[in-house]
Ligand binder design. Structure first.
Ligand code: BG6
Length: 522
């Protein structure tokens, strides 16, 4: 019997690459927040541990509270233990890493404190042997973006022209609340920084499986010819979360909502990657230009009747697996009469030659049955229905034809790509049986996937902006969603309700049913 070469192929083990650790001073503004302990420090420790970050690069936490270096190191040790992927913090490694951690007290809203901060930063850099290479991470609320950059610029920390000295500033969302505020923010930042100094982070782009969308599409010849209106019936993109409001988050979320928090950025970025044209070169500018064209081609539906193409929902309390779960309006820091949406679904069209007429159904929400992010590309049915099969549910049987082929990118969890197709059920008749070809990361690669923030921080250190959002992309995304935000803001009927632990409001099902389609169970 011949062996199946795929079954006997060894698991992929990458050759150890030659790594040159990047050296720079990394300053985290707003270092007392959750982001620093849950994401940034664990990611920086992994990068350092894997030698991507040079041994002598200092990391300086900066926030309003008074704290010693020692206290900061202890807090960060606990953070890495709780959230880190690499290495333990009990041995010598951690001691070596921790020696590069510093804390400086600074009230970011007070310009008076910055000259002293600049002096201290230069002192630390000189002691560590790093000069003129700086990454500033804005882990702050957006109202501090401009005042902080203005102040660091006044104390001479922003190099004014491209040179061997560099400063790269990473901004966390939200980048505005709508098109107007995003444009204002961008104008103000543009006064202080050049576009090549600005890195707008969308952590979805750092996920391994999201990057694989580009490789899958443009590194294989057989799929790309099918990605268009001739072959694709529709596309569904789902970012579902089972959690509600994490402690203390209600205050931020209530001003944002599902549309601004996830759909405007993560979901539209996924759409752009699935729908974009192949770039001529795999370079930041070429890729971002192609993504931009997709975002600019997004066609809003009728502004006078937004409910025909966009639906909002809010979860109510329910019992899930025997435990009582609070409704959104009962969450901490959420007003009891809040109309904020915790679920959003939009039917989007990409008005370009490739995709004209193909619906892209997008949905995201909190307190849905599962945490799952997935893109499903459903292809058209064969032109003739030559085969049928009998399918029974209980006593009721019916004759059904082939199911459409679906290509699924599972972004998380259990990262995978699968293609469903029909086969002949063994027997004396031509009966259809649906099967799937699956590629699962965990069975193919014996590596733990890197965390999104690791990849993105390393890209900033290397000056590669491919996986960051450009200003024009951001504005195109807001321009598309502004009519929805306007309509929802004016409509005091509020969101449609759904019970926590279900797949969103009924109106979302109706949205697709009207077009003869249904949401796919991820
Ligand atoms: C963040 C949102 O950007 O993404 C959160 O602000 C959301 O509300 C999170 O929970 C989802 O990210 P992930 O990586 O857990 O899917």
């Amino acid at each position: 019997m011949t062996e199946n070469p795929l079954e006997t192929a060894p698991q992929y083990e990458p050759a150890a690459p030659t790594i040159v650790g990047v050296d720079a001073a990394i300053v985290i503004f707003g270092a007392s927040g959750d982001l620093t302990s849950r994401k940034l420090l664990p990611a920086l420790y992994s990068l350092w541990h894997d030698r991507y970050l040079a041994d002598h690069s200092p990391i300086i936490g900066c926030a309003r509270r008074a704290k010693t270096d020692e206290e900061f190191r202890n807090e960060m040790r606990q953070a890495v233990e709780a959230h880190g992927r690499r290495g333990s913090t009990t041995g010598e490694d951690w001691q070596r890493f921790a020696a590069r951690l510093f804390y400086r007290q600074l009230d970011l809203s007070q310009p008076d404190g910055y000259p002293e901060f600049a002096r201290q930063l230069e002192q630390i850099e000189a002691a560590c042997g790093v000069a003129n290479k700086r990454l500033f991470y804005m882990a702050t609320t957006p109202d501090l973006f401009v005042p902080t950059i203005d102040a660091v610029s006044r104390v001479g920390l922003v190099p004014d022209r491209p040179s061997t000295a560099w400063l790269r500033v990473v901004f966390e969302k939200p980048f505005g609340n709508d098109l107007k505020s995003a444009q204002e923010l961008s104008r103000e930042l543009g006064r202080l920084l050049r576009e090549d100094q600005i890195y707008r982070i969308d952590h979805y782009l750092g996920k391994e499986t999201v990057q694989n969308i580009l490789l899958f599409r443009f590194g294989n010849a057989i799929f790309e010819p099918l990605f268009n209106r001739t072959h694709v019936d529709h596309v569904q993109i789902c970012v579902a979360e089972s959690q509600g409001m994490e402690s203390g988050r209600g205050g931020y979320y209530d001003k944002s909502g599902a549309l601004r928090d996830v759909l405007q950025n993560h979901v539209l970025q996924l759409l752009a990657l699935v729908a974009m044209e192949p770039p001529s070169f795999f370079r930041a500018k070429d890729i971002l230009d192609e993504k931009l064209k997709v975002l600019e081609a997004l066609a809003p539906g009728d502004a006078s009747d937004v409910s025909r193409w966009a639906v909002r929902g809010q979860y109510t309390g329910a019992t899930i697996a025997g435990a009582a779960v609070r409704g959104y309006r009962e969450e901490d820091r959420v007003p009891p009469d809040s109309n904020c949406e915790t679920y959003a679904a939009v039917d989007v069209r990409v008005d370009n030659w490739r995709w004209a007429g193909v619906p892209f159904y997008l949905r995201t929400g909190k307190r849905l049955p599962r945490r799952v992010s997935e893109i499903a590309i459903q292809f058209k049915l064969p032109p003739l229905h030559l085969f049928k099969t009998v399918e029974c549910e209980g006593d009721i049987c019916e004759l059904v034809g082939a199911r459409p082929n679906t290509l699924r990118f599972r972004i998380q969890p259990s990262e995978s790509i699968s293609l469903s197709f029909s086969t002949k059920q063994p027997g004396m008749q031509y009966q259809i049986h649906p099967v799937a070809m699956d590629f699962a990361y965990e069975s193919q690669f014996s590596l733990a996937l890197p965390e999104a923030y690791e990849r993105l921080l390393l890209d900033v250190l290397r000056g590669d902006s491919t996986l960051f959002m450009r200003n024009d992309e951001l504005e195109a995304a807001w321009r598309f969603l502004d009519p929805v935000l306007d309509a929802w803001g004016r409509d005091d009927r509020g969101p449609d309700l759904y019970a926590a632990g279900t797949w969103g409001p009924r109106s979302a099902d109706t949205l697709l049913r009207r077009q003869g389609r249904a949401w796919q169970a991820p």
